[in-house]
Design a protein around this ligand. Structure first.
Ligand code: E4P
Ligand code: PEP
Ligand code: MN
Length: 447
């Protein structure tokens, strides 16, 4: 490894880094970093390049990005069922969008690395006891005890291992036959009878079957449908971890963060003179940046200067998360100014993070109708400006949780307690995710 170039992955260290864990033992952290630096990459730099090319197609208006998964993955949820259910949900959504929206879909999970959480408050108080807030399994434990909530650098190694086993199973499913498009019915088997979206999906799967029979009859090799391209992404939050997993690509001499194919910088860490943007500017992975309602056009343009100086379609994805009540007001100027600058970014809607509220029961939740309305606003703005609504970024799970209210198989506020399992933000369940995919496919077709 070239030490000089590798140092490029550490230039962030001299800058202020928001939302970093405060470890009690600096030497223990250094030991963990040294160990992580010796671990093999989780992804290959060439795969990151391939995703950048796919996102280039999205930027040009030729494809659509579906990015989704947990708000916060958890170490104890690294099991075959959970991973399969999540993947299955994303594959079903992908099939709906591809078929009903008539557009190639680039599929990216918030998966195999989504273990670190920025928080709005540094501490949490319960019954007069104040402890550090939970910052994701990579940092501390969810249990409300001083031991669990103390940041422990050993957790970064567990994050690597959990990411590796998740990615291994995802790769097995996506290349080994499970994700074969001829399985469109099988993905739905446990689901169809019980839910309106499952039944709607079943009808679509029958049409896909017919289309595939037609293609077979035309001589298309059925093996073409056997594997699916699927990529892993997460928020690059804990920079000690991300930079320990940043390596020089022997083919090109460039730096890649090999902890995932795509990484994004969150709304709370996108300071222009901060460590996260500096880190992201040094790596060649496709980069996302979340843009909330306070983003100014000047900030967006400076982000482009910093992260995409070559104006390479696919390098930079702007993930807007304005809130349903603000998107129609805030997004147009940003899109106009960015487009006028000549940059070709991918525009993606995260309709989750601007629409969170606390229910009377104390559960953090989101209304399906607000989520839908933000996506609608996103499509309306792009239609009016003649730009491409490039994709959606959603928090979802394949399990039948009750965390967001609404949807075709309606969840009510009074249901929230039944299966509220998230460690951080409320996720769409499988039925709500499929509902959303059908509605987004209609919007895409209509625009
Ligand atoms: O997932 C994102 C953030 O960590 C989350 O929205 C912040 O939530 P908080 O306001 O509960 O800290
Ligand atoms: C923290 C997140 O989002 P944001 O940075 O947009 O608040 C997230 O995606 O979980
Ligand atoms: Mn979240």
């Amino acid at each position: 490894m070239n030490a000089e170039i590798h140092a490029g992955g550490n230039t962030w260290r001299s800058l202020p880094a928001a939302q970093q864990p405060e470890y009690p033992d600096a030497q223990a952290l250094r030991d963990v970093i040294a160990e992580l630096e010796s671990y093999p990459p989780l992804v290959f730099a060439g795969e990151c390049d391939q995703l950048r090319q796919r996102l280039g197609a999205v930027a040009r208006g030729e494809a659509f990005l579906l990015q989704g998964g947990d708000c916060a993955e958890a170490f104890d949820a690294v099991g075959a069922d959970q991973i399969r259910n999540k993947l299955k949900t994303l594959l079903q959504m992908g099939a709906v969008l591809t078929y009903a929206g008539s557009v190639p879909v680039v599929k990216v999970g918030r998966i195999a690395g989504q273990y670190s959480k920025p928080r709005s408050k540094p501490t949490e108080t319960r019954d007069g006891v104040t402890l550090p807030t939970y910052r994701g399994d990579s940092v501390n434990g969810f249990a409300f005890t001083p031991e669990a909530r103390t940041p422990d650098p050993q957790r970064l190694k567990r994050m690597y291992q959990a990411s590796a086993s998740t990615l291994n199973l995802v790769r097995a499913f996506t290349t080994g036959g499970y994700a074969d498009l001829r399985q469109v019915h099988a993905w739905n088997q446990d689901f169809v009878r019980s839910s309106p979206s499952g039944q709607r999906y079943e009808q679509l799967a029958r049409e896909i079957d017919r289309a595939m029979n037609f293609m077979n009859a035309c001589g298309v090799d059925p093996e073409e449908f056997k594997t699916v391209e699927f990529y892993a992404s997460h928020e690059a939050l804990v920079l000690d971890y991300e930079s320990a997993l940043t390596r020089v690509d022997s083919r090109t001499g460039h730096l890649y963060d090999v902890s995932g194919h795509m990484v994004w910088i969150g709304e709370r860490t996108r300071q222009l003179d901060g460590a996260h943007i500096e880190f992201a500017s040094k790596i060649r992975n496709p980069i996302g940046v979340k843009l909330g309602p306070t983003t100014t056009p000047e900030e967006a343009l400076t982000l482009i200067e910093r992260l995409d100086p070559e104006r390479e379609p696919g390098r930079l994805t702007f993930i807007t998360r304005m809130g349903a009540d603000k998107i129609r007001d805030k997004l147009p100027t940003l899109v106009e100014k960015v487009t006028a600058s000549g940059a070709q970014v991918v525009w993606v809607s995260d309709p989750m993070h601007g629409n969170t509220f606390e229910a009377a029961s104390g559960h953090k939740t989101r209304r399906f109708d607000d989520v839908l309305d933000e996506v609608k606003g996103f499509f309306e703005v792009h239609k009016a400006l003649g730009t491409h609504p490039g994709g959606i970024h959603v928090e979802l799970t394949g399990d039948d949780v009750t965390e967001c209210v609404g949807g075709g198989d309606e969840i009510f506020v009074d249901d929230l307690h039944q299966r509220y399992e998230t460690a951080c933000d409320p996720r769409l369940n499988r039925s709500q995710s499929l509902d959303l995919a059908f509605l987004v496919a209609e919007m895409y077709r209509d625009q």
